[in-house]
Design a protein around this ligand. Structure first.
Ligand code: SAH
Ligand code: SF4
Ligand code: F3S
Length: 448
């Protein structure tokens, strides 16, 4: 191997990619690499990429161009593109950026050491063939010492007509309950207080594992998994994401209400409030069903926080259909909503339809929706005012170092005055004295 010993990873995209980056960083450190804060000081640069929308993909090319130029003066620089753009483009990326050493899809993240050894032996490598994801034996280098991601299912078997994820992440592969619990126990021992279980469609957890109950139900479901892991020592809070309305069950809701460590926060994307559009998106539910799910959650947990994702400007969306989305948002009152203008993606059905809307219409609708989202979130936030909330302290407030930052069980960012050295990782009772749309300010209730 060369003397290259410093690495930098830039991560784009979702929590799945962040979790993959933490595992790849762990592998690099096991191999003897050290973290370089500045990409320009690194001997190995890895871009973990996202292609969910066109602007996410384009960002990668501009970053890559800069490093490719640097490589012409520093030939021993190792350039890696991992993640979803790597999977989508494969060999084409090498043709576009011949300076690349390694192009690797998300299913290959845990194989980074193997792949790099081939690179250091002089090969240019493309790893995008579907593989069975091997259990990770290295220790991830986690960004936080308080909260951690734990993958429970990789891939997605849905076929939403706008979405690249099934193409780039492959078919569903669930980890066994035993390996998930083992990872959580290790996290508990290391002092992590909160775990977020991750899957693109986490309700599909266990469908691909063997075992059926006497009633004919899959033995391993997300609900069963929650019961199986909820008592892991040291871990005080459990979250999970992302939920799909098609598979969301009342059994799961009851489990969340019953299990004290499972936080009252649900991330359930609805995408559109219009039934015709939902059908065109192949989402497999109606807005009525979505509303029933939220009603059931609120019946069991009146104070639960609800967040979601929505797309505006899907091909053929009429003004009336868009207003149905506004109406759903107005009726439900989300605590948070990630909104996006539809972006046609390669290899997806909707990209080929001839009913595409203009950028003007899409951005106008996006603005109108965002406006409503902020107003509703501000309204929802008011319920916290003067209440005492349990906050897990994660970090310093970047914008005000005399304050610390944490989250309520409902996932609201909360700031209060305090010393991070003393408070990091603590669960505190905090009285909320100020409520903004997406964050709160509080005062710890004594004794700390
Ligand atoms: N598995 C999750 C979300 C995966 S992608 C689910 O089923 O909801 C995250 C979000 O990106 C999606 O919820 C959707 O709102 C958005 N998204 C996906 N494809 C998109 C596209 N082509 N254009 C705009 N937004 C998109
Ligand atoms: Fe994409 Fe649909 Fe799968 Fe979510 S459920 S990742 S939107 S295909
Ligand atoms: Fe992006 Fe891949 Fe996640 S496309 S949103 S990084 S699954």
């Amino acid at each position: 191997m060369t003397a290259s010993r410093r690495y930098h990873i830039t991560t784009f995209g979702c929590q799945m990619n962040k979790a993959d980056s933490e595992r790849m960083a762990g592998i690099l450190e096991t191999m003897g690499f050290e973290w370089a804060e500045q990409p320009d000081n690194a001997d190995l640069i890895l871009y973990n990429t996202c292609t969910i929308r066109d602007n996410a993909e384009q960002k990668v090319y501009s970053y890559l161009g800069r490093q490719a130029k640097r490589k012409q003066e520093q030939p021993d620089l190792t350039l890696v593109v991992a993640g979803c753009v790597a999977q989508q483009e494969g060999e084409m990326l090498l043709r576009r950026v011949p300076e690349l050493d390694l192009v690797m899809g998300p299913q290959h993240a845990n194989r980074l050491q193997d792949l790099l050894e081939q690179v250091f032996n002089g090969s240019q490598v493309v790893a995008t063939e579907p593989v069975h994801i091997v259990e990770d034996i290295t220790k991830p280098r986690r960004d936080s010492t308080v909260t951690a991601w734990v993958n429970v299912i990789y891939g997605c078997n849905e076929r939403c007509t706008y979405c690249v994820v099934p193409n780039v992440r492959g078919t569903e592969q669930s980890r066994t309950p035993e390996s998930i619990r083992a990872e959580m126990e290790e996290l508990g021992r290391q002092g992590f207080k909160e775990v977020t279980l991750l899957g693109q469609n986490i309700d599909a957890y266990g469908r691909d594992l063997p075992g059926v109950t006497p009633e004919g139900r899959h033995q391993h479901t997300l609900t069963d998994l929650l019961y199986y892991v909820h008592d892991v020592p040291g871990v005080d809070r459990i979250r999970f994401a992302t939920s799909h309305p098609r598979y969301f069950t009342e059994r799961l809701i009851r489990a969340c209400a019953e299990l004290p460590k499972v936080c009252e926060h649900f991330h359930i994307p609805f995408q559109s409030g219009d039934n015709e559009l939902l059908r065109a998106m192949a989402r497999g539910y109606t807005h009525e069903k979505y509303r029933r799910i939220i009603d059931t959650i609120r019946h069991h947990m009146p104070d639960a926080a609800i967040s979601a994702d929505a797309i505006v400007g899907f091909p053929g969306e009429t003004e009336q259909q868009f207003e149905n989305t506004l109406k759903l948002v107005d009726d439900i009152g989300f605590d948070q909503l990630n909104t996006a203008a539809y972006s046609p993606r390669p290899g997806t059905p909707a990209a080929l339809w001839d009913t595409q809307l203009s950028e003007e219409v899409k951005s106008d609708r996006l603005q109108r929706l965002n406006h409503l989202v902020a107003a509703k979130a501000a309204e929802r936030s008011q319920r916290y005012l003067n209440r005492v909330e349990e906050v897990l302290v994660e970090d310093r407030n970047e914008k005000n170092p005399t304050q610390v930052m944490g989250r309520t069980r409902g996932n609201r960012l909360t700031f209060f005055t305090g010393d991070i050295a003393e408070l990091k990782g603590k669960l505190l009772k905090v009285k909320i004295v100020e409520a903004r749309a997406f964050s709160l300010t509080g005062q710890p209730v004594s004794p700390i």
